[in-house]
Structure formats: structure tokens, C-alpha cells
Ligand binder design. Structure first.
Ligand SMILES: NC(=O)c1ccc[n+]([C@@H]2O[C@H](COP(=O)([O-])OP(=O)(O)OC[C@H]3O[C@@H](n4cnc5c(N)ncnc54)[C@H](O)[C@@H]3O)[C@@H](O)[C@H]2O)c1
Length: 218
């Protein structure tokens, strides 16, 4: 059966479900209702049922969802049943932290190669990975069937690195550099920006203060 096109909003929520389900699995919890899932995530249970019903009815009335089954299903939907190989470009502070954060392997995302252009860094180790020179990028992408590139270089170098990844045949880019990248339509680019997240968090904190001020006036 052909799978219906999933909206971006649902695709963004699925990894959140997966994270909670993995935590439940680690605690050997076998089933969960949409109600419980909703209260853990502070999502509306109706929203959860709607999201999950997208892919067929795999919750059972009175029992809820089987955690293992749901994990499998979401992994399948997110197409992370097979390990996706990732390359990271920019073996600096952030690059080291991401390479050392081996939790990706639980979600079948694995950084299998790391690159840098700074000569003294070439050949050094981050965990089990050896920093490679940029002139090996295209060949390594092909050799290891690398589909995603993570960019952790300074902003002024990010487009240049993105171009090299694209020329090497990468399908998706996760960009940590604070700059907007240009890429052909078939290459999916996502920007990760913790400064932006902090700014929006600050907005909510300030709004809360204002709300409190307003309510104290009443
Ligand atoms: N998005 C976020 O949440 C977030 C958080 C922290 C840092 N950043 C950004 O991530 C990037 C890296 O930050 P950092 O603190 O790790 O910097 P860093 O200076 O420690 O590391 C950058 C690395 O990129 C390498 N590099 C530079 N130009 C290159 C090129 N053309 N090809 C290959 N490698 C190259 C450098 O040699 C260095 O090892 C910056 O753009 C920074 O603004 C983003």
C-alpha cells in the first residue's frame, strides 16, 4: 500500500514520540495509551491518535499502543530501519561534541567520517574516527554510502563546505553554522540553531513575566 504523504509537522513530532517510547522501552514498559503519551509530552491525546492513525490503526482500545511495535513502526516511517551514514565537517568544539555524542547510533544515525581543512587536525582521533582531509570527502561519501552531512565550520565557510557535500552526492544537510545555505531542491537542508531556540525561550520567559504583571494589576 502506498503511504500517504506525511506533513512536515507530523514528521517533526515523530522523533519526539520515538524519544519517549525509547525511554519507556528502557524502563521495560510494554504499552502506553494516547492519554499517558499525551500527558508525558503535554500534547493533546487526540492529536497523538490522529498522528499515529496516519499510518494505520495500530493502537488497541483499552490497551493502548504496544511500545515495541510503535517504535518499529515510527522507525520504519522515518526510514531509520537501516543505519544512515553521516559525515561531519568541521572537527572543532561543536564537531567534537557531536562526534562524542554517540546516542545517534540508537536511532540508526551514525557519524562514520569526520573532515577538517586545518592541516594539524588531519589524522587526529575523535573517539574511533580519524579526521580526514577535505580532498577525501567525495570519495568517502561514495565508499561509505554517506547520505547526510553535518556542517560545523565557521559561517563564512559553510556554503563552500555545503557545495562540496552536494557535489559529493549528499542527500541531506544539517547545518549548525549561523548562515542560510543555498542548495538544489533535491537536497534537504535543516538549520540547527540553539541561539535562536534560546531567544524564543527568552521571549516566553519575558511574556510570562508580563502576564504575571498584568494579572497582579487586576
Ligand atoms: N547551531 C548551534 O546551536 C551552534 C552552537 C555552537 C556553534 N555553532 C556554530 O558551529 C560552527 C562551529 O563552531 P565551533 O565552536 O565548533 O568552531 P571551531 O572553530 O572550534 O571549529 C570549526 C572547525 O571547522 C574547521 N574548518 C574551517 N573551515 C573549514 C573548511 N572550509 N572545511 C573544513 N573544515 C573547516 C576548522 O579547522 C575547525 O576545526 C560555527 O559556525 C558556530 O557558529 C552553532
Amino acid at each position: 500500500m502506498k503511504q500517504a504523504k506525511i506533513s512536515d509537522a507530523v514528521v517533526k513530532r515523530l522523533p519526539i514520540y520515538l524519544q519517549v517510547l525509547n525511554e519507556l522501552k528502557a524502563r521495560e514498559i510494554k504499552t502506553i495509551s494516547s492519554q499517558e503519551l499525551g500527558s508525558r509530552l503535554e500534547f493533546n491525546p487526540a492529536q497523538i491518535r490522529k498522528d499515529l492513525a496516519y499510518f494505520g490503526d495500530f493502537g488497541r482500545k483499552g490497551i493502548g499502543y504496544e511500545v515495541d511495535y510503535l517504535i518499529d513502526k515510527i522507525r520504519h516511517i522515518l526510514k531509520i530501519n537501516q543505519t544512515i551514514h553521516v559525515a561531519l565537517i568541521g572537527a572543532g568544539n561543536l564537531g567534537h561534541a557531536l562526534c562524542n555524542y554517540n546516542k545517534y547510533s540508537n536511532d540508526n544515525m551514525q557519524i562514520v567520517a569526520v573532515f577538517d581543512s586545518y592541516e594539524p587536525k588531519i589524522g587526529t582521533k575523535i573517539n574511533t574516527l580519524t579526521v580526514q582531509p577535505m580532498n577525501e570527502l567525495a570519495e568517502t561519501i561514495k565508499q561509505h554510502n554517506i547520505r547526510i552531512g553535518i556542517i560545523t565550520v565557521p559561517a563564512q565557510e559553510a556554503q563552500n563546505v555545503a557545495n562540496q557535500l552536494i557535489a559529493g552526492g549528499i542527500e541531506g544537510i544539517l547545518n549548525f553554522a549561523p548562515t542560510i545555505l543555498r542548495a538544489p531542491e533535491e537536497v534537504r537542508v535543516q538549520h540547527a540553531d540553539f541561539t535562536k531556540e534560546l531567544l524564543s525561550l527568552a521571549y516566553y520567559l519575558n511574556n510570562k513575566e508580563e502576564e504575571q504583571d498584568e494579572s497582579s494589576v487586576d
